[in-house]
Design a protein around this ligand. Structure first.
Ligand SMILES: Cc1cc2nc3c(=O)[nH]c(=O)nc-3n(C[C@H](O)[C@H](O)[C@H](O)COP(=O)(O)O)c2cc1C
Ligand SMILES: [Mn+2]
Length: 475
């Protein structure tokens, strides 16, 4: 694997704004256009099967371009993947740098944009409300070898809080059975809580599964805040999200979606779902889980079918990372104003580990950042805090900071027995120990210290300017 730093600082991340002066588009097609301009899109015309083959190609291009499979065996619907497999993709779709994107997501939490309701929408060009056989209509892929079946893996589940009425977004794995029944899994976060509330109220939960989304919507779906996530998606886009009313459920969905499945979850029903290859690099077991009964499909005329490769594929990891990193940084900044950036690296599955850089102003801020970070997310169980001269995207620099700025007896914090998340394969009795490493220098130690050994900057620049000649290349 190449170093994460190289991946994230690639040509996509460093692009200047794509459409200076004009707002970015809001749908998957606009994002694909942005990727194409950045040289980050491939259209495959060779026949590719939904049965592991699309996943195999996306694995081979793990951190690479987005892919449109134009010719999927047996279907007239293209598959799209690798839309958010690299932080630079979201940045490119927004016309921002990776650093600006992190700040944009933080701002989106504090400043949601109201949605704009439209009457007619691309996602309702075609409407189907009978003979709903999803496997006949869509090239639903098989992804990992031991998955229990064919899965929608990029479906954003839209639902409303039964009490407040606000809209929530959550990507969930969804197993497609023949006909109109979908098996799905919800960890005990918002959608799960809504379902519990519906059980108390004795009514079904209305849902819409949105397939084919702008990466800003995918990122918004991963926010761990209790706001209206359609409005937060607008905040990330920097413009109000256009939405349209669903036809058979009381929900609104992004007007530019490719495919929308409208349905109900009866909270008293559970059927077999799984196994499914999950982000920790383990399979979730087969269990009795909720079922969505699809009652209507709306879609574009020639829709694109979006997928995310499950398991430790970078798209499953990074899609979950961008919002988590931003809200983590926001929480740390509330107590350590000099917190500069946060990353949840792929080695830690973009969920379990974080690295945070701070400009330390007061002694003890490293430890304070640890405490703020570890309490911010249930999955997060190891955080490393470094000084602002460390590039947190470069695992070698982070390790160097730990090697040269940490004393294990003073700088390590372990909190045992913290409530964990059930998807952590190491949780025991539903708890986990959390680890913090303060790899920042003490203020006194930092004072008067010479910089890291290197040649003088002006000499380096002189040598750079003469480089081709020194290497014997003609100009
Ligand atoms: C590709 C992908 C697949 C996911 N699958 C699931 C899933 O099957 N069940 C689940 O609870 N969360 C899943 N997640 C994580 C949730 O989408 C995420 O935790 C989200 O913030 C939950 O939203 P909520 O807090 O509003 O419920 C997945 C995330 C990604 C990126
Ligand atoms: Mn939520």
């Amino acid at each position: 694997m190449t170093s994460t730093g190289q991946v994230e600082r690639g040509p996509v991340a460093d692009r200047s704004p794509l459409q200076a002066g004009s707002p970015p588009g809001q749908d998957l097609r606009a994002a694909l256009d942005a990727f194409a301009q950045a040289g980050q899109l491939i259209r495959v015309t060779e026949p590719i099967g939904w049965d592991f083959e699309a996943a195999a190609v996306l694995w081979r291009l793990a951190h690479g371009p987005a892919v449109v499979f134009e010719n999927v065996t047996g279907y007239d619907v293209p598959i799209v993947g690798n839309v958010l497999n690299d932080r630079g993709k979201l940045a490119a779709a927004l016309g921002l740098t990776v650093e600006q994107t992190q700040q944009r997501i933080i701002d989106a939490v504090d400043r949601p944009y109201p949605t704009t309701l439209v009457e007619s929408a691309p996602c309702q060009q075609i409407q189907v409300d009978h003979d709903i056989d999803l496997l006949e209509r869509f090239p639903v892929p098989r992804i990992s070898e031991h998955d229990g079946g064919r899965y929608l893996s990029a479906g954003v589940v839209v639902a409303r809080d039964p009490d407040s009425g606000r809209h929530n977004l959550a990507i969930a794995r969804i197993q497609v059975h023949p006909g109109n029944r979908l098996g799905c899994y919800f960890a005990p976060t918002h959608t799960y809580q809504f379902l519990q509330r519906c059980r108390e109220l004795g009514r079904p939960l209305e849902v819409a599964v949105v397939l084919g989304s702008h990466p800003a919507l995918m990122a918004a779906s991963q926010l761990l805040v209790p706001g209206d996530e359609l409005e937060h998606a607008g905040g990330i886009l920097g413009q109000g999200l256009q939405v349209v009313r669903c036809r058979t459920v009381d929900l609104t969905v992004p007007a530019g979606a490719e495919i929308v499945l409208e349905g109900l979850i009866d909270p008293t029903v559970a059927e077999t779902e799984g196994p499914f290859g999950e982000f920790p690099g383990t399979y979730s077991p087969q269990r009795d889980n909720p079922v969505i009964e699809v009652q209507a499909i709306t879609m574009r005329e020639r829709p694109l079918f979006q997928m995310v490769v499950g398991g430790t594929h970078p798209e499953h990891l990074v899609t979950g990372a961008v919002a988590r990193e931003a809200t983590l940084l926001r929480a740390i900044r509330a107590v350590v104003p000099g917190a500069r950036a946060a990353i949840m690296p792929e080695g830690g599955t973009c969920r379990f580990h974080a690295v945070v850089s701070i400009t330390k102003r007061v002694e003890g801020e490293g430890k304070l950042a640890i405490l703020a970070a570890l309490s911010n997310q249930d999955l997060l169980k190891r955080v490393v805090v470094v000084d602002d001269d460390i590039d947190i995207h470069d695992p070698v620099q982070v390790e160097w900071a730990i090697a040269t700025r940490m004393r294990a007896d003073d700088d390590v914090v372990i909190v045992p027995g913290v409530k964990s998340n059930p998807v952590d394969p190491m949780s025991r009795n539903r708890t986990i120990a959390k680890l913090g490493i303060d790899a920042t220098l003490g203020l006194e130690e930092a004072r008067g210290r010479l910089p890291r050994p290197d040649v003088p900057t002006d000499v380096r620049q002189r040598i750079d300017a003469r480089w081709d000649r020194i290497m014997g290349r003609d100009d």
